[in-house]
Design a protein around this ligand. Structure first.
Ligand code: UD1
Ligand code: CA
Length: 407
């Protein structure tokens, strides 16, 4: 592979999202959208990733701190995507080619990046971009080709003639450029457009007019091009990403009864033969073993870990809580900062009182414990193995219940 770096554009403030957060920090399936783009670059072996930041840059820089392959380049004023790329020039003198991606396009697939790098090298072109054909191309830059099908330029929607608006081939902003060609071309780009910005897309026209070839390959599936400019698009892209996550899980032997009514975070791990029932929401680093049953209407939060053969049923919320093999909480519980041993039966409506108004406390429950319905486990608490707690008990270490105590 030629020496290749990536530039991810993330400086814009996103007027259309109506937000104080940098757009790329909005989450798609539990991760900032920028993290997905970074991952796609890493998956093809890119070890220098320049992120162009501007609007609330500190939020992005803090979130991605201590990642040695990432470099943050400041674009002081957001003068357009062309200007954003130009800001990176001095960091890339030793590179052959550069990938350029938009931080608001988390659906980009590594296979496409590989294709772009390979094509740019094989064809010795000034650059390659991947395009897609969309039924509704509204909002995207349109691909302009000559009568032989060669790319001649990209026109932004706001600059399109009515005839150009009817073009359905669009620019998803997935590019690979020859390094020196793109930076030289950017020097000639002028902000002659409705928005008065320096457009990266205009650099392509500059290259073509100077006799260089830029290749546009129609290679992207419509559901892989969607980028996020509004809350509505955030919801649509999140759904597409969610179905990729669920597809991966189902391919590894997990049953998801009703995929459309289930949300599973990208960071969750789920074992074979586990069944996820409808309206389950799993958020964060959640680990679920084999042969478990989760839901319907279960809410599993950060730090939940279930060993094999665990049952978590209807209206049960778990946070930072571990269940050893074979334990069950079948109905209506909140269990936070707790650890349950093997073969524990948590009765309907059992609650951990894990917060005393100032601090969070832990609950430890041994093996083979039976907790009667409607009990409250007041943390910090140890419950010995093997005991039975009658229904409706308030269990705490102060001795209200005779059988609770140090494990
Ligand atoms: C851009 C493309 C358009 C393409 C679309 C695909 C240009 C001119 N247009 O349009 O052809 O169809 O993406 O999603 O490139 N950014 C900066 N600095 C700036 C301006 C933008 O870093 O000065 C960043 C934004 O934060 C964003 C990305 O560049 O992550 C794209 O900018 P955006 O304004 O969303 O471009 P589009 O209008 O969507
Ligand atoms: Ca965009």
């Amino acid at each position: 592979m030629p020496k290749t770096a990536a530039i991810i554009l993330a400086a814009g403030r996103s007027t259309r999202m109506i937000t104080d957060l940098p757009k790329v920090m909005h989450e798609v399936c539990g991760r900032p959208m920028l993290a997905w783009v970074v991952d796609a670059c890493r998956a093809v072996g890119i070890d220098r990733i320049l992120v162009v930041v501007g609007y609330h840059k500190e939020v992005i820089v803090d979130n991605f701190a201590n990642q040695p392959d990432m470099v943050f380049v400041e674009q002081a004023r957001q003068k357009g995507t062309g200007d954003a790329v130009a800001c990176c020039r001095e960091y890339l003198d030793d590179q052959d080619t550069v990938l350029v991606l938009a931080g608001d396009g988390p659906l980009v697939r590594p296979e496409i990046l590989k294709l772009l790098i390979d094509k740019t090298t094989q064809e010795r072109s000034a650059g390659t971009l991947a395009t897609a054909k969309l039924k509704d191309p509204t909002g995207y830059g349109r691909i302009i080709r000559d009568e032989y099908g060669n790319l001649t330029g990209i026109v932004e929607e706001s600059d399109c003639t009515p005839e150009q608006k009817r073009i359905t081939e669009i620019n998803p902003s997935y590019y690979c450029f020859d390094r020196s060609a793109i930076f030289d071309a950017l020097e000639q780009v002028q902000p002659n457009n409705v928005k008065g910005e320096y457009y990266l897309t205009d650099a392509i026209k500059v290259l073509v007019e100077s006799g260089r070839r830029v290749v546009a390959v129609t290679a992207v599936e419509p559901e892989d091009v969607l980028s996020i400019n509004s809350r509505q698009q955030l919801a649509v892209v999140s759904r597409v990403m969610e179905s990729r996550i669920q597809d991966r899980l189902m391919s590894s032997g997990v049953t998801i009864i009703d995929p459309e009514n289930t949300w599973i975070d990208a960071r969750a791990e789920i074992g074979q033969d586990t069944v996820i029932f409808p309206f389950t929401y799993i958020h964060g680093h959640v680990k679920i073993g084999r042969n478990c049953r989760v839901g319907p209407f279960a809410y599993l939060r950060e730090g939940t870990a279930l060993e094999d053969d665990v049952v978590i049923g209807v209206f049960t919320e778990l946070k930072n809580t571990r269940f050893d093999a074979g334990s069950r909480a079948r109905h209506h519980s909140y269990l936070g900062d707790a650890r349950f041993g093997k073969n524990v039966d948590v009765g309907t409506g059992t609650i951990t009182a894990n917060f005393d108004g100032k601090k969070i406390h832990q609950t430890w429950v041994g093996d083979n414990v039976y907790i009667g319905s409607g009990s409250i486990l007041v943390a910090p608490l140890h419950v010995k193995s093997g005991i039975q707690i009658p229904p409706g008990t308030v269990v705490d270490n102060k001795g209200e219940h005779p059988e609770s105590g140090q494990k």
